[in-house]
Ligand binder design. Structure first.
Ligand SMILES: [Zn+2]
Length: 115
């Protein structure tokens, strides 16, 4: 036997489950699109690498060396700190403004177009 309170709870639970199922379907669609985009970018990267091999005599060692260098450069940029002109706190240098007070930052960090 279901009383009024349990009936309301049951309906709310069913609606919550339906909403979760809809959200999951949406996430599946977005994940499919992201996977397709990553696959496409991977094909483009491989094609560009093959052009470099054919036209500029680049080899796999050159590619591996550059991957290591780019990875190290990204880590350096991500870990860099800058000082706020307003409050003096250290904040991640890649931020446009101080995350504590919104002030301008003292140190200009060389940014990459890929940041
Ligand atoms: Zn600040």
């Amino acid at each position: 036997m279901i009383d009024g309170i349990h009936e309301v709870t049951h309906v709310e639970t069913r609606e919550t489950a339906k909403a979760a199922a809809r959200q999951s379907e949406g996430n599946d669609d977005r994940l499919d699109k992201v996977e397709a985009t990553v696959k496409n970018l991977s094909v483009i990267n491989e094609a560009l690498y093959e052009i470099l091999v054919a036209k500029l005599n680049v080899n796999a060692t050159d590619l591996a060396t550059m991957i290591d260098q780019v990875t190290a450069n990204r880590i350096t940029r991500l870990e860099a700190k800058s000082t706020c002109r307003n409050c003096g706190r250290l904040v991640p240098a890649l931020k446009q403004k101080c995350m504590y007070c919104g002030g301008d930052l003292l140190n200009e960090v060389i940014r990459s177009p890929f940041d």
